[in-house]
Design a protein around this ligand. Structure first.
Ligand code: PAF
Length: 275
């Protein structure tokens, strides 16, 4: 496995590989990331993983400084899984001068839900992903469904800019108790960790109500948010039922997804479940 931290090194390594499938990450890799790598390998091309904690997608109130950086352990995991190339640039390598050109996604996708909670988040994500696409030149790229709105936003960006990259959706990997794997789970205290699967329980319950044919979506959403806020430690940000393809308002008979974000103590958790 080739590990490079410069654009020059990337270009040299990349030239030897032909088509590649890219798995963009911010590192601190867990089973969720590794399942994306395996999915990328199944496409049949060599697999490149980028590891970059992208400052552009963090607001000052976010956890950029404390976000876990574990490059050595990450490379060991990637070596074991048979990854071909790791691109792990420094912020200075990725942004040699302050970035002043940005990808501005459509407000309908980017200013709602995660975008409302984290202003500028999708501008930062799309800008870095476009840059990674242009540096790595993958034929395919894999993004997890855990970040459902991110996946849809990148699919739409790729389509609208005619980037010609196949975007694949990776299933969310969960702990045995249902908690979605996330690097931010490491922030949870033992008591919070024991409580955290309740978010998934709420999503399962809301999805089940929709599956049974209920169409009073605001009532379903409110009941789930109420269940969360009724327990100690939770501050729900949103629980919503949305159209699965557009994240617009749901319509009975169309595929739907239930999405939620909530703080448990000081840790922000997000999760979703397709109906
Ligand atoms: O999902 C992530 O880890 C990040 O948002 C991504 C896609 C790697 C862009 O920095």
């Amino acid at each position: 496995m080739n590990v490079v931290d410069t654009v020059r090194g990337l270009r040299a390594a990349r030239a030897k590989l032909g088509s590649v499938a890219l798995v963009p990450t911010m590192g601190n890799l867990h089973d969720g990331h590794l399942s994306l790598v395996r999915q990328a390998q199944a496409i049949g091309h060599p697999v490149a993983v980028s590891i970059f904690v992208n400052p552009l997608q963090f607001s000052p109130a976010d956890d950029f400084n404390r976000y876990p950086r574990t490059l050595e352990e990450d490379c060991e995991k990637l070596r074991l899984v048979g990854c071909d190339l790791v691109f792990a640039p420094s912020p200075e390598e990725m942004y040699p001068s302050p970035q002043s050109f940005f990808v501005q996604p459509a407000p309908a996708l980017a200013d709602d839900l995660e975008g409302r909670a984290r202003p500028g988040f999708f501008v930062g994500v799309c800008t870095v992903v476009l840059k990674l696409f242009s540096l790595v030149e993958p034929s395919d790229a894999i993004f997890g469904k855990k970040d459902y709105q991110q996946l849809l936003t990148i699919q739409e960006m790729t389509r609208q800019f005619g980037l010609g990259i196949n975007i694949h959706a990776g299933e969310t990997v969960r702990e045995a108790d249902g908690l979605a794997r996330s690097s931010r789970n490491g922030y949870l205290s033992p008591a919070e960790r024991a409580e955290a699967p309740f978010l998934y329980a709420c999503l399962k319950d809301a999805a089940e109500q929709c599956r049974r044919g209920r169409t009073d979506f605001p009532a379903i959403e409110q009941a789930a948010a109420h269940a969360l806020s009724g327990r100690s430690g939770w501050s729900p940000e949103y629980v919503v039922v949305r159209d699965r393809r557009t994240l617009g308002m749901p319509a009975a008979g169309h595929p739907m997804v239930v999405l939620a974000a909530a703080r448990l103590g000081s840790t922000r958790l997000i999760d979703n479940l397709e109906v």
